[in-house]
Design a protein around this ligand. Structure first.
Ligand SMILES: [Zn+2]
Length: 463
């Protein structure tokens, strides 16, 4: 175990789902900007690819790449389930089925598990689907001291049951209105911080992402939703001050990905079936879509790649290592036991977004999941007693580095893929970053490397 050096009593991580750096202005995000003014600002923050929510939530939860944590897309094929289809990872029933079949949802230790093993407590409050909070796993799959709260997918409202009882007794049930839910989430988190003194707390706000999907990034509705999320951050800052935690909290503000306008829509499953690729193949529709072959060695894979290359909506194709004419999955850290044979990225503006039983995708005007900068460039900043104040840090960084950095402060050692963000520590050295431009099969990429960790700056189709 490392020496614990954290001076703060608490790390709080606020995630604005889908917030692109360019959307932040003092007018619509006064709280975020005021916190940013005194933060270490990672000006080159990058999402993990595929740049979708649950991939990044699992990356934050574990500090490792998707290949190792196993949550390689918003949908995953889990062979232990014995199904010939992928399961949808926002659905708590599907995720709990994975947990039952495999012992845990993710293949790497989570923040909930790592902290529990060190006698520490994690609290997660999420305003979206239960998927994110199950992946962050504050209760260490139900056996640890942490608390999991979901204000929208609130069945149950919280785990363990006693925590749900406390919140119901104090605040009642969350309302349907989204702004009310954000306020409820902040009040619930503040209460749990006061009553149960977690060491790490995560507040995951589903806006502006939900509104960006429905109305498009930059729309009046999504900007209004961003302002509502910013007000929730302000409510949290005020609550921490009221609790006496203004000066002993490391406050992280981050996003999991950005967002792009959606101008074209593909139903990948229908396209594959119409082209005669149905048998032995399953796929998910997503911002970048996974394709699984029942037999990973099926030679149909090469024919599939050639066919995909001819489609006007195809962007970057990622393939299992050894599959010709594709970008290796290893470039995005997605090689592992649950990896698909192919990831299909889409041409600019195109997405496949029919996925999941709960989405209202036909009405969508925005999406993400690609390697385009609008999707990949994200937000990361931290302020508190353990970090430098009011400084721009230009080395690439990301959600993958947050747990390794917090764990190092707590003296918790684990085999992370992310790095400790030493440059944000007082007197910490600035790491050297290198930039490599790659010409890949059908794609061009810019990749940065810092302290042994790679960050994809962008990857675009070469056509
Ligand atoms: Zn997201």
């Amino acid at each position: 175990m490392l020496d614990a050096v954290r001076r703060a009593a608490l790390d709080v991580i606020v995630v604005f789902d889908g917030l692109a750096p360019a959307a932040i202005t003092p007018e619509r995000c006064p709280w975020l900007c005021s916190v940013r003014d005194r933060s270490s600002r990672f000006t080159a923050a990058r999402a993990q690819l595929p740049s979708v929510t649950r991939v990044n939530a699992a990356t934050l939860a574990t500090g490792v790449r998707p290949g190792r944590h196993g949550l390689v897309g918003n949908s995953i094929r889990v062979r232990e389930l014995g199904l010939d289809r992928a399961v949808w990872t926002s659905d708590r029933h599907d995720l709990l089925a994975v947990r039952k079949a495999c012992g845990s949802i993710l293949l790497a230790p989570t923040v909930g598990e790592l902290l529990a093993a060190a006698g520490r407590r994690t609290v997660v409050v999420n305003t979206g689907s239960a998927g994110v909070s199950l992946l962050l796993d504050p209760t260490a799959h139900g056996g640890g001291p942490g608390i999991r709260v979901n204000t929208r997918d609130a069945d149950p409202l919280a785990e363990p049951a006693w925590a749900a009882g406390e919140l119901h007794a104090r605040f009642g049930a969350p309302a349907d209105d989204r702004a009310d839910q954000l306020r409820y989430a902040v009040d619930a988190l503040a209460y749990l911080i006061e009553a149960h003194q977690p060491d790490v707390a995560v507040l995951w706000l589903t806006e502006p992402d939900a509104s960006q999907h429905r109305h498009g990034p930059g729309s009046a509705q999504s900007l209004a939703a961003l302002a509502t999320a910013d007000a929730a951050l302000g409510r949290l800052v005020d609550a921490l001050e009221a609790l006496g935690h203004a000066d002993d909290t490391n406050l992280w503000v981050a996003s999991d990905h950005g967002s792009s306008p959606m101008t074209g829509r593909v139903n990948l499953a229908e396209e594959l079936a119409a082209a005669g690729f149905g048998r032995g193949i399953s796929c998910c529709d997503d911002g970048t879509s996974a394709i699984w072959l029942d037999d990973p060695a099926d030679p149909v894979a090469e024919r599939l790649v050639a066919w995909l290359r001819r489609q006007p909506w195809t962007g970057v194709l990622f393939g299992a290592d050894g599959l010709p004419d594709t970008v290796p999955l290893s470039l995005i850290g997605a090689v592992g036991p649950r990896s698909p044979q192919l990831f299909v990225g889409y041409a600019p503006g195109w997405y496949s977004a029919q996925a999941g039983p709960t989405t209202d995708a036909p009405d969508w005007h925005g999406c993400h999941g690609s390697g385009y900068r609008r999707d990949v460039h994200s937000v990361l900043q931290v302020t508190g007693p353990d970090y430098r104040s009011d400084v721009d840090l230009t080395a690439p960084a990301g959600l993958i580095d947050v747990l390794p950095t917090i764990a190092a402060g707590l003296g918790i050692d684990a085999d992370f893929d992310g790095r400790v963000l030493t440059e944000a520590r007082p007197g910490g050295p600035a790491p050297a970053a290198t930039t490599t431009r790659l010409a890949l099969p059908g794609a061009r990429a810019t990749v940065n490397r810092v302290a042994g960790v790679s960050y994809v700056d962008e990857i675009v189709p070469d056509r």
